[in-house]
Write a protein that binds this ligand. Sequence first.
Ligand code: HEM
Length: 391
Amino acid sequence: MSNQDELFNPLDPDVLRDPYPVYRQLRESDPVHWHAGLGAWVLTRYADCLQVLKNSAVFAADFRKVGIPTPDPLLSLQTLDPPDQTPLRHFAVDALRSQDMGALERNAQQRAERLLDGLAQRETIDFVTDFATPFTLGTISELVGMPPPEADEQWRQRNDELHRSMDAGLDPGSEEAGLAARQHFSDFVAGWLANGPTDGISGYVAANRAKVDYPDAVLHNSLRAFWHAGFEVPARFLGNALTTLTAHPDSVSLLGADPDTAVEELVRFCGPVHVVSRVCTEDVTVGERRMRRGQMVVVILAAANRDPERFADPERLDLTRSPNPHLGFGRGAHSCLGNLVARIEGRVALTAVLRRYPALAVDGALDPWENATLRGYSSIPLRLHGAPVVS
Ligand code: HEM
């Protein structure tokens, strides 16, 4: 497996900077594309992506159905499909419903203001490390009922290894370290539950453990997946959204007018989760191509979200777009469990930052994150007041 393909090299520096032109080219020239390097079908049309997401019996997240083993640290609600996944997914939904989302939002507002207060004397900041990461880490920590981990060197290294392995299809060498990192974080989560938590999602899980009949490891991996998705993904989203807004200054006032509609459009236009993968459990036709049992399918959500067959003028950011049936949170059995939390974080953080700094501007080169699955920036230098030095 590799990056190499005549049409699509996901980690090419130009594609990392802006993948949308190549998504468009794929959608227009070969929307159900056999990617030679990946050994997988790559889908870029909305209708085809939706077909895959909605049919988990034929397009499975559980690769064991076609004889591909799932390593232990990966076994979770993300890699099980209905009906095996259903009780666990319901348990997770109940755990979330038991939380006070109004309080989470109020505390997120205070967290955003506190972080901005701490930056008030600065002319320039790195939005990723100074705001987005501590904001989302604080919010998910409150939600799971655990203090944020100490982000020391070892933690950062594990986190990097986990990230790199998200692209294991492109870089098989990253897989082993990624599995070890996941196991490390699952052990960390198991430590929470062993201490009899009473608050947040982990308090709910500890109190209601007997309601679900899964091995401890699957429960720990699922809580780890929730926790990890809960800070990394929205942090990337906030970075993508903020840079998009600074590139569309005329749109900024619309964010304040209707933040909910605006956040939906930002998830469509620059959502961070570009890719999800499934495996065919039987021979099946998608578009005009015949797929075989055992073949992998790469669904490019970000390409589907700009399909002109589904969205009028899809390359245009329209913060008033409604309805907006984007696939940025996925769809079907594995759709985003944290979408409500992500929406809260989006409207709270973006309105707080832009209310305080309406003239902020990118101040230097954006540093794209080297990740084809979860796209974003590893640093976003911002000048808080006044004109950009470089934009
Ligand atoms: C803007 C921010 C976010 C975006 C764009 C996003 C997007 C997604 C997408 C596209 C999926 C589907 C994956 C698939 O089909 O395989 C997903 C799944 C998931 N997300 Fe999110 N997410 C965000 C934030 C969050 C947050 C804040 C949390 C937790 C609080 C979270 C927890 C999860 C979990 C646990 C799953 C797996 C669900 C399953 O497999 O059943 N996400 N997310």
